[in-house]
Design a protein around this ligand. Sequence first.
Ligand code: TYC
Length: 122
Amino acid sequence: MITPNGMTRMSDDKDQNGGNGGSGGPGTTVVAKPRTKTKKPAMYKVLMLNDDYTPMEFVVHVLERFFQKNRDEANRIMLHVHRRGVGVCGVFTYEVAETKVTQVMDLARQNQHPLQCTIEKE
Ligand code: TYC
């Protein structure tokens, strides 16, 4: 039997009570079964959207500062977004992706650029 916390309850009797407090009585043992399968976290793409007003160099700066892109890679992504309308800045766990979006949008707003960034589940 697998209990909700992932433990396997092994019992030499047939009742569901376990432990000596119930009708499991002496000889009832609970052993932990080590987890072998570690679930990978859900991953989320941070997408950047094109607009007509945000300067190209600002987008490149954002990609370098928040997404650890080098100048060439940042330029490549910025031009992809400029031409195609949307592009992937990176793929992260939900909390990290959310933080990146907030950081990008805050800096864009401070600089009065309409740059938009969103999250999409992979
Ligand atoms: N289209 C903008 C311009 O011509 C540049 C730009 C690129 C803006 C990427 C946003 O996500 C963006 N100045």
